[in-house]
Design a binder for this molecule. Structure first.
Ligand code: 13P
Length: 266
């Protein structure tokens, strides 16, 4: 049986005192069952103080992104060894916000500015492989925009992103991976994907892995759902056979809500 993996993506929220306050409130509320893994992904600047607070707890630490080079003249970048140094064991790669694909239209969005952070299928693959090489478990995000869903291309978009992310990844490595199916239109919008449909598309991710590596291998891969997961809808989503956890944005910033989501794991 696969674990349920609940990760909180704090995005660009949290000075060190804010992160410490959130965690201080959260830790006493969390009592994950034996089959549930909890991860928090704070801002880069709060990683060290959060790591200190997590010492001795079963809660794991993750970064929100990384660069694929380990060191050198790459101003502003964070590498796998730096994340490891701070105590991270997980890292999010290919979040739609880094791919420049937004659920809520950004009023000042300008695609000519490299779609904000410029992640593409190619850079996501490099980041994923760099994470694996550096001993981090990637949480690789895939998902369609509203326009892609309306055009009926959800499965092909998700399948293509999954396939591209896995280029050059070995059969041993793929079994450690976490995917997060995050429909872009559901992120930060309050419009959660219906549980049956989320389950179906998580199944598309798994089938894509199966096509590349075989179904036994695909059965070991974890596929989370992300996009407006909250204390009220988590139970339905997490009960689905192809949904192995949740990647939670907004609700992970509210200790009680995140604890309720963790408690909803089957
Ligand atoms: P929300 O839970 O705020 O919709 O964000 C989801 C997400 O992007 C997690 O990575």
């Amino acid at each position: 049986m696969r674990q349920t993996i609940i990760a909180g993506n704090w995005k660009l929220n949290g000075t060190r005192p804010e992160a410490e306050a959130l965690l201080g409130e959260l830790l006493p509320l969390l009592s994950p069952n034996a089959n549930t893994k909890v991860i928090v992904c704070p801002t880069f600047t709060a990683l060290e103080s959060v790591a200190t607070l997590l010492e001795g707890s079963p809660i794991a630490l993750g970064g929100q992104d990384l660069f694929w080079k380990t060191k050198g003249a790459y101003t502003g970048q964070i590498s796998a060894p730096l994340l490891r140094d701070l105590g991270c064991t997980y890292v999010i790669v290919g979040h739609s916000e880094r791919r420049g694909r937004f659920g809520v239209p950004e009023p000042d969005f300008d695609a000519t500015i490299l779609a904000y952070f410029g992640d593409s299928d190619t850079t996501v693959n490099r980041k994923l492989r760099a994470a694996l090489a550096g001993g981090l478990i990637p949480i690789c995000c895939v998902g369609e925009t509203l326009a892609e869903r309306q055009a009926g291309s959800t499965d092909s978009v998700v399948g293509a992103q999954t396939t591209a992310a896995l280029a050059g990844v070995s059969v041993e490595e793929v079994q450690t991976l976490i995917f997060a199916y995050e429909p872009v239109w559901a992120i930060g919008t309050g419009e959660v994907c219906a549980a049956d449909e989320a389950d179906r598309v998580c199944g598309v991710v798994r089938q894509t892995v199966a096509n590349l590596y075989g179904s036994d291998v695909a059965e070991t891969v974890h596929v989370q759902y992300g996009g407006s997961v909250n204390a009220g809808n988590a139970k339905d989503l997490l009960a689905k056979p192809n949904i192995d956890g949740a990647l939670v944005g907004g609700a992970s910033l509210k200790a009680k809500d995140f604890a309720t989501i963790v408690a909803a794991a089957p």
